[in-house]
Design a protein around this ligand. Structure first.
Ligand code: HEC
Ligand code: HEC
Length: 103
């Protein structure tokens, strides 16, 4: 019974997280340093063609895979960003990433 549960957990993690269980260092989504584009963190239609105009970011982005690494190399506190995202949810995104073309 225990073994079966463990396998179930592993499968669930693989499916839900798209990542491995356990203590591995997670990279999450990686589009390089977002600050190198002229608009910085703010999304533009060019940079975000697939997701542009959509308000439900979770259709394509899993909160657990975001803001895991300081890709900007500016020493930003990614843990603080994660906390904000988990407490304020989708309402928080626009504060840093702009409106994403949503009116
Ligand atoms: C339909 C899928 C989809 C939705 C919905 C979506 N995105 Fe994305 N997002 C993507 C894809 C795909 C990329 C990878 C870059 C690309 O090819 O456009 C991306 C990249 C990004 C990036 C990195 C941009 C860069 O400069 O490289 C940010 C930030 C982002 N999304 C934020 C958001 C936010 C905030 C929302 C909700 C308001 C959102 N996304 C909704 C698909 C989506
Ligand atoms: C307090 C500011 C802040 C908030 C709020 C915020 N982000 Fe970010 N986001 C950043 C910063 C800074 C980066 C670049 C640092 C990094 O690479 O993690 C980033 C990077 C990203 C990326 C690129 C992948 C990555 O992890 O680097 C995606 C996708 C993204 N954010 C989506 C979202 C979505 C969706 C929300 C809302 C649920 C959101 N962000 C809320 C600041 C924020």
């Amino acid at each position: 019974m225990r073994g079966r549960r463990r396998i179930f957990c592993l499968l669930l993690c693989a499916v839900v997280g798209g990542v491995a269980c356990g203590s591995e260092q997670l990279q999450g989504e990686d589009y390089g340093d977002l600050l190198v584009s002229p608009s910085g963190l703010v999304l533009t239609q060019d940079e975000h063609a697939v997701g542009w105009g959509k308000s439900d970011c979770t259709l394509c982005h899993n909160f657990n895979n975001l803001h895991l690494v300081d890709q900007t190399n500016t020493g930003i506190n990614v843990t603080a960003i994660q906390d904000l995202v988990f407490s304020d949810g989708l309402d928080s995104c626009a504060v840093c990433h702009g409106t994403n073309g949503v009116e």
